[in-house]
Design a protein around this ligand. Sequence first.
Ligand code: NAD
Ligand code: UDX
Length: 470
Amino acid sequence: MGTLPVMNICCIGAGYVGGPTMAMIAYKCPDIQVTVVDLNQKRIDAWNSDHLPVYEPGLDDVVRAARGRNLHFSTEVNAAIQAADMIFIAVNTPTKTFGTGAGRAANVEFVEKCARQIAEVSTGHKIVVEKSTLPVRTAEAVKRILENANNGTTFEVLSNPEFLAEGTAVQDLLSPDRVLIGGESQTAIQTLVDVYAHWVPRERILTTNLWSSELSKLTANAFLAQRVSSINAISALCEATGADVDEVAKAIGTDSRIGPKFLKSSVGFGGSCFQKDILNLVYLCEHFGLREVAEYWEQVIKMNDYQKRRFCERMVRTMFNTVSNKQIAIWGFAFKKDTNDTRESAAIYVCRDLLQERARLKIYDPQVSEEQVHRDLIEVFSHTHGTITDQERALIKEHVRVAASAEEAAQGAHAIAVLTEWDEFKRLNYDSILQSMYRPAFIFDGRNLLDHRHLSSLGFDVHAIGKKIS
Ligand code: NAD
Ligand code: UDX
């Protein structure tokens, strides 16, 4: 049976995934009308402005080329669903914070709401595509909800998880390692294949059954995070033994079976996906009675928590066992470079721990706003023991300042902590930064980003992850 070309796509959720992925589809498929909808008016307004809500290198150009032509951003969810042949669901699926599975299971309530809304307002035939990352077998629930629509509408459900990484989203979308499409109906699968085939070589478009597709996404993130936790575990051993973690990573990464990527030791992984998806995997394993498998993957998170915690502990120990009222420059607050996203950023946890030690923080990040920094710190204290106390609120208010540059953050500081690997930190005038700091002037490089020998020779007291600086 031949497939009908898709003429009209709707995507529910204009976030870090919905926005960039749909912009790329519109950019590469001028024959398809793409409408991205969201309940959040501010976000939609930003997508329609010159200041996009998502910072991604190259994204402005892609959006500018397609917006108004065949790419539209709107809050008219029902109208966009009605007009579409294919509807992507790209809403958030955060870790549940309440009820059964709290702290582990994915909260799929927004996905279910979308399915119900689609069922309610649709007519004719629709292909519904899960773009959000979901627990295995969520498609079953989505299908049941859609099947119960009583207006004669017919539906096919596909799983098409997204593998882009933030900071490199445009490149990842332009040239993906693979596109994964899971489904039961070959016709529906082929319709989505035809969309991607506008620019992705056919051999990179993999098709599977629904459950393999859903599970592959969780598995890919678990494997990637596991590599980071593995090298971070080795970094602790390097610090104890005099080995250098970057040298070890290079040595093992040249083994073609291991490969060089995702072996960069750091202050800990962050981002909205790794922790959430592993917790989700752990929860699923427990649900299916696979305790050993659950424990195995949970260890990846435990190691990451350990890595974040021991970074602060090392700072305190090195700075004569007290950082109370010492000013510390925090360089970088985003969870990685080239994004304005701070979700689960290691910086949030390091800042929390330093604040608990009564340090004074001057935070600089080229893309993260002052409001976001305060929001994140208030939230992390609230989560730590269920509520934020008045003293903690006062601590954040009095001990946290946001600086307009890295130099300003370091002015009058006892130490600098590099928490995000922004390129601009490599190009600073460290001689003049040193002159503006208290002595000894400590640098704790949580990304192994800087030229440690050079900084030492200037007179800094340098500490890096998984190595001793002589
Ligand atoms: P996000 O929070 O940035 O965006 C989700 C958007 O959905 C929000 O703007 C929210 O307002 C909107 N939304 C929620 N419910 C809605 C509803 N009923 N109707 C209309 N809009 C609604 O999230 P994100 O980072 O884009 O992630 C989306 C999904 O993609 C998640 O499942 C995530 O795990 C997955 N994912 C994320 C990444 C990433 O790098 N961020 C990568 C791959 C996969
Ligand atoms: C990840 C997956 O890479 C992507 O495929 C998926 O779609 C979403 O989740 P993302 O979280 O955006 O992407 O960024 P990623 O590059 O994977 O980095 C995640 C975290 O790991 C960051 O905090 C990063 O700094 C850290 N990291 C990564 C390391 O500490 N060392 C590394 O070697 C690689």
